[in-house]
Design a protein around this ligand. Structure first.
Ligand SMILES: C[S@@+](CC[C@H](N)C(=O)[O-])C[C@H]1O[C@@H](n2cnc3c(N)ncnc32)[C@H](O)[C@@H]1O
Length: 266
């Protein structure tokens, strides 16, 4: 994976298949995000094919996006309402829309697609740059040990076993770089296809530190979009960061008004 280019992971073939099997969390994610946006404009980092952005925009929330893959954006544009979204092609760790938002969000483990700690910190800093003073940055990922158990260096998992095709996921983890190199390999009578992807796995605690470097603070953390408590057994987290120097005493209910803008210096 030495020459791996993250942009290549979401080329035309992946983009064409991306929406075939919905992840299933769309309604809950959109409800959660709409509750935080409260009608204010939102920005999705790595907007992809608009899986979340389009239903969020359908709730009267203006949504902009930043996205690396023109192939994913082409799929978004082809969907109803997709032509109305303002999308900046570029790297979410540095690209800017030149605007500020009440909500910036980055979901589906995609912070892991940035392959160095510096780029991941830059991504938090870029989120902070796009937030209004009372805005929220929401990030959703798995916890690393849900993907690779402590002490395990590599694995092969069967993803499909049938009489005409087998597919397996082959991965190797380097605890020094925190990089997980993965390839989804599919064998059929007509040939072999490969789907390489690399991720840099970071824990919720590392994200909190990155957020602090960017001038943000953790406001709330949940295990699911339905706001299940995050605990020892959680395999994923949804973390909400704000610009305030100290977290508010309580996180707003779904329908509550947002707390007043925090006094802060940026
Ligand atoms: C798993 S998909 C998620 C797409 C969308 N957010 C969703 O939830 O369906 C990851 C997306 O991140 C994009 N991506 C990866 N690295 C990126 C980067 N550095 N800047 C912007 N987009 C990036 C990919 O092109 C791809 O569209």
């Amino acid at each position: 994976m030495d020459t791996f280019d993250p942009a290549a992971s979401f080329g035309p073939d992946v983009a064409a298949r991306y929406d075939d099997q919905p992840r299933g969390d769309e309604d809950a994610a959109v409800a959660f995000l709409a509750g935080l946006a409260q009608g204010r404009p939102a920005l999705e980092f790595a907007i992809g094919t608009g899986r979340i952005a389009l239903p969020l925009a359908a709730r009267e929330i203006p949504v902009d996006g930043i996205e690396l893959s023109p192939h994913m954006v082409a799929r978004l544009r082809a969907k109803p309402g997709g032509e109305r979204l303002d999308i900046t092609l570029g790297d979410m760790s540095v690209a800017t829309t030149g605007r500020r938002y009440g909500l910036v969000y980055l979901v589906f483990n995609t912070i892991f697609n940035l392959l160095t700690a510096d780029d991941q910190v830059r991504c938090f800093e870029n989120a902070a740059r796009h937030l209004t003073a009372d805005g929220y940055f929401v990030i959703e990922t798995a916890v690393p040990h849900a993907w690779i158990a402590p002490g395990i260096a590599d694995y092969v998992r069967a993803e499909q076993v049938s009489t005409t095709a087998v597919a397996f996921d082959v991965a190797r983890y380097d605890p020094v770089t925190q990089l997980l190199a993965e390839n989804h390999v599919r064998l059929t009578a007509t040939g072999i296809t490969m789907g390489p992807i690399a991720c840099r796995l970071i824990t919720p605690g590392e994200m909190d530190l990155m957020a602090r470097i960017a001038g943000l603070r953790l406001v709330a953390r949940f295990a699911t979009w339905e706001r299940t408590a995050f605990d020892t057994h959680s395999r994923a987290h949804i973390s909400v960061y704000g610009c305030a120097p100290t977290p508010p005493q309580s996180f707003p209910d779904r329908d509550a008004t947002l707390p007043p803008p925090p006094a802060h210096a940026r």
